[in-house]
Design a protein around this ligand. Structure first.
Ligand code: SAM
Ligand code: SF4
Length: 324
């Protein structure tokens, strides 16, 4: 499936819930607050129908995200049903890691082959300040459990923050140098709720690239179906390092992903306008043809680029709301 300027879509990011148990300073600093009359999250059947429609259109990779997706009691069942959909070749998930140590093997058995774990600091006190939870030790145990469970890909996500974790670069580089996993530094993104935080804490990814290159890390070629990270490797390191820099030039030119929120809204861009409701077409298998037609029509209207540089972060209050 292509959009109006020839970008090909291979990758669906599906939010399973907007609920989260952490209070990350850049995302939900005051914790999750349930809105009045919030509709129910997509059921297993609705998830199956929406993913099947995208699979028929050629998307082959699905990432389960949120909020914290693993807070759903039926998370394993959802993962299993997505992994069984014909055409889906890779099911990935993103988690804050709070249940990873106990659940890693069960998630791998459910058909998840790639896992991203958010670890913004390797210093326990700083980790607690950022997330509101003093759980770094358990999360590091979770990473070990994920490595034992044999995921094809394990990535650690660290949001770069000026004066918070930007001085930890060398420690983080050391951590991945001896482990077969990938660490990705993500530039903090401005959303409707975090404008002040963004102004104080945003660090350009290029500064990390300059430091990595000075340490002998070299740029790696882009893999098919890869996400937005630019990746680096080093002769003497087992792991890899990626930079996700949405404010860099031409970031949107290689966009290969679409998003569906936990309420069934299609988001053509993380920083676009309000999502477009697909849910009425997710109630019966008989609506598949109409659903596919609607997705194609909407996707052809995807904007060429976000408007973050103009200070416009669209309708997104925080990334937990539509799935970061
Ligand atoms: N709760 C899970 C987690 O934290 O991994 C999944 C959802 S979270 C929204 C997905 C990713 O988005 C995390 O790696 C998180 O650090 C990142 N994120 C959230 N808000 C962000 C922001 N404003 N800028 C950059 N990254 C952000
Ligand atoms: Fe929760 Fe993830 Fe947002 Fe942190 S980044 S508050 S873990 S949704």
């Amino acid at each position: 499936m292509f959009d109006g300027i020839g970008r090909r879509f291979e990758y669906l990011r599906l939010s399973l819930t907007d609920v989260c148990n952490f209070r990350c300073t850049y995302c939900l600093p005051d914790g999750y607050k349930k809105p009045c009359n919030r509709p129910a999250e997509l059921s297993v059947g609705e998830v199956r129908r929406v993913v099947s429609a995208f699979a028929r259109l050629g998307l082959w990779k699905v990432r389960l995200t949120g909020g914290e997706p693993t807070l759903r009691r039926d998370f394993d069942e959802v993962a299993r049903s997505v992994a069984e959909i014909p055409g889906i070749r890779r099911v990935a998930m993103t988690t804050n890691g709070y249940r990873l140590a106990e659940r890693a093997q069960a998630w791998r058995n459910a058909g998840i082959s790639a896992i991203n774990i958010s670890v913004d600091s390797l210093d326990p006190a700083r980790f607690a300040e950022i997330t509101g939870h003093d759980r770094l030790r358990e999360i590091l145990k979770g990473i070990d459990a994920a490595q034992k469970a044999n995921f094809d890909s394990i990535k650690l996500n660290a949001v770069l923050m000026r004066g918070v974790n930007d001085r930890e670069l060398e420690a983080m580089v050391d951590f991945v140098s001896s482990r077969d996993l990938s660490l990705r530094f993500i530039e903090v993104m401005r959303t409707n709720d975090n404008a002040k935080f963004f102004a104080e804490r945003h660090v350009a990814g290029q500064s990390v690239i300059d430091r990595l290159q000075a340490l002998g890390w070299a740029r790696l070629p882009r893999q098919p179906g890869a996400g937005p990270a630019v990746e680096f490797g080093h002769d003497q390191a087992k792991g890899r390092i990626g930079i996700i820099a949405p404010y860099s030039k031409d970031f949107c030119a290689t966009c290969n992903r679409l998003r569906v929120s936990s309420l069934g809204k299609l988001h053509l861009c993380l920083f676009g306008d309000a999502g477009i409701d697909l849910r009425p077409l997710l109630q019966s298998d008989d609506d598949e043809r109409d659903l596919i037609e609607r997705i194609c029509k909407l996707t052809s209207t995807k904007a060429p680029a976000h408007r973050l540089h103009q200070g416009n972060s669209g309708a997104t209050p925080h990334l937990a709301s539509i799935g970061g």
